[in-house]
Design a protein around this ligand. Structure first.
Ligand code: FAD
Length: 280
């Protein structure tokens, strides 16, 4: 198992929509900060729809003296606006970005052009040199729009060639999908860390719906078991905690370089897993 002291941990939030949500997130952030993460990250709504809210949430975390990485995509914005936003982040002492292509908000169709993540990485390197550490997205079960497995790994390589430092994966519940993916990455010459993304299981119905859209697979046995619990949320959470703890153990025993948690703005599901792993 990786040395627990050196283990890379990062925690992802989405920007809350209400003042109450911001207040709650501040408390969640403080609770999770006790686990000593390398950074927190804050998502950027499809098409840049949360631009100001993401920025506000990022600055709030930074003001607590914590490391934070805004997610960013062009999202239909001009180069000048994107550059200005990056400049504001730099001025605030932020030195990490999660660079993405992103998706269009539903209803916008193809009205605006999506810019591939490798182009955003190249853009940031061109204008800001090495001032930011850049993480990009990776898909052990392959991005839903990918032409083929090898092509998708090839495009990930393209993001590293453009200057990315690390990748964070989409969540998955089958560790073999991750291990196989890492093997294929190494074969295509990717040597940088690819951190597994971990989604705690708390609300199975929401998770199943979301997974269908983002190309993360829920194994049939897990789906059947969870569906069998119906509205018994305590049983869903208890099994979810056991299974995700086991997943993390397997990943770390097999040299995964760390863990990135999709916290869904809740402290307890992630904290329980970390305590089970002996990381409190
Ligand atoms: P890309 O790497 O650009 O890939 C998109 C697709 O195009 C893939 O199918 C790929 O195979 C293909 N491709 C890549 N490069 C090229 C190229 N040069 N030429 C042709 N084809 C290419 N979404 C949000 O809206 N906001 C967020 O904050 C957010 N955070 C995320 C964080 C993580 C860790 C992950 C894993 C995903 C996140 N997403 C987020 C979802 C992500 O935006 C979507 O999955 C999106 O569809 C792809 O973004 P990407 O950066 O992976 O795209």
């Amino acid at each position: 198992m990786s040395d627990k002291q050196d283990l890379h941990l990062s925690f992802e939030f989405f920007p809350p929509k209400t003042p109450a949500g911001h207040e709650k997130l501040a408390a969640v952030c403080e609770q999770l900060a006790q686990f000593g993460p390398e950074y927190f990250s804050v998502t950027y709504g499809a098409g840049g729809s949360t631009r100001d809210n993401t920025k506000g949430t990022v600055f709030g975390i930074k003001e607590k003296g914590l490391a934070v990485a805004p997610h960013l995509s062009f999202g239909g914005d001009s180069e000048a606006n994107t550059r200005a936003l990056l400049g504001q982040y730099r001025s605030a002492g932020i030195d990490r970005i999660v660079a993405l292509r992103g998706d269009m908000p539903s209803g916008m169709g193809g009205a605006s052009q999506l810019v591939y993540a490798n182009q955003l990485v190249a853009f940031i390197r061109e204008h800001f040199g090495d001032q930011f550490q850049l993480a990009v997205a990776a898909y052990p079960e392959i991005h839903p729009e990918a032409k083929s497995y090898d092509a998708d790994v090839g495009f990930l390589k393209g993001k590293f060639d453009a200057g990315a430092d690390s990748a964070i994966t989409q969540y998955f519940y089958n560790p073999d999908a991750y291990f196989y993916f890492i093997e294929q990455c190494r074969k295509q010459g990717i040597t940088q860390p690819v951190y597994p993304g971990i989604m705690p299981i708390t609300n199975f119905k929401n998770l199943a719906r979301f997974s269908d859209n983002c190309g993360a697979e829920i194994p049939r046995w897990l789906r059947k078991r969870m569906e069998g619990f119906g509205d018994d949320t305590d049983s869903v959470k208890a099994l979810g905690l056991d299974l995700v703890t086991e997943l993390c153990e397997t990943l770390l025993e097999n040299e995964a370089p760390g863990l990135h948690f999709y916290t869904m703005n809740q402290a307890e599901p992630t904290a329980s897993i970390l305590r089970n792993l002996g990381l409190s």
